[in-house]
Design a protein around this ligand. Sequence first.
Ligand code: PMP
Length: 361
Amino acid sequence: KEKRVFIFNPGPAALPIPVLEEVREEMLSFRGTGMSILEISHRSKEFEEVLNTAVLRIKRLLNLNDDFEVVFIQGGASLQFAMVPMNCAQPGKPIAYVDTGYWSTKAIQEAQRIVDDVCIVASSKDRNYTYIPKEIPIDDNFSYLHITSNNTIKGTQWWKFPKTGNIPLVADMSSDIFSRVFDPRPFGIIYAGAQKNAGPAGVTIVIIRKDMLERIPKNLPTMLNYTTFVEKNSLYNTPPCFAIYVVEKVARWLEENIGGVAAMEEINRKKANLLYGYIDSQDFYRNPVQPEDRSWMNVVFNLPSPELEKLFVEEATREGLVGLKGHRSVGGCRASLYNGVPLEAVEVLVDFMKEFARRNG
Ligand code: PMP
């Protein structure tokens, strides 16, 4: 049997072992069909049940009432950077964005290709995106306010969402969906690429509050219109069947093995406290983020020099701790502690960090 390593990849990322084992068991014949999920029709009753169950589980996990629709779209979170303004910008009303670094900057740049009036209401660029802006000016005239709930590269996370009154919040939750409890009601749109906390790459979960459907322009191309996905239950065209199938299993694991998002949040709290606690207890490793804005999902850290960072990543990889290199845009190191990463992996990581610091400090 091949050995598993400890996976700290930023996405695609670690998946729960029971999910992978089930996928393996069902690979030659899915639910007595004699076919794998890769070979079965997306119009079969077996697949439709998978899709509907995935939607139900996501709704239960996130406390979504019947005001919300859940759909599956391809094209990654990156396509949502365009679909959100295409579907949700209202004529004569600016769309508002908070710039918290890399992915939110990309969302802003994409929106600017589509809508003339993009308002950057707050930004943490002045301190290299090491914090979350706290004062967010809200104008009654905004179409929506877009935030990135967890900043995968900069290692920051929103712990208190802005109060927007009647203005719908729109959030890119790609790297923290299902990781902690939140009130979904202020959100008009939530989107998340599955490949961090929810499953494999290839599908994006999009949650749409029904009132948002009323503002969608009629002339959008079919595949860029949220209405198509809502009305056809994500089956207008062939969906990414395998990715949705794994998302359903991850959601089941979260409900049945973990006990839901609140229980997951407690595990994530332990993981983050363990790693930040160690980092704060010494001065070989440093985390640049303002403490109250630290991400529980992506812990970024620096060593005394880029040479030591390179050596750290190489030695860690040899020890079976993979994916610790920081994003190419920022360098340094990063441990991604998504839902699929067990507490044990963080314990092994901290032990390795202590030992590496002793030898190189
Ligand atoms: N938003 C965030 C917060 C992300 O972390 C990522 C992926 N790392 C993206 C968007 C882009 O996602 P995709 O590759 O699915 O387009």
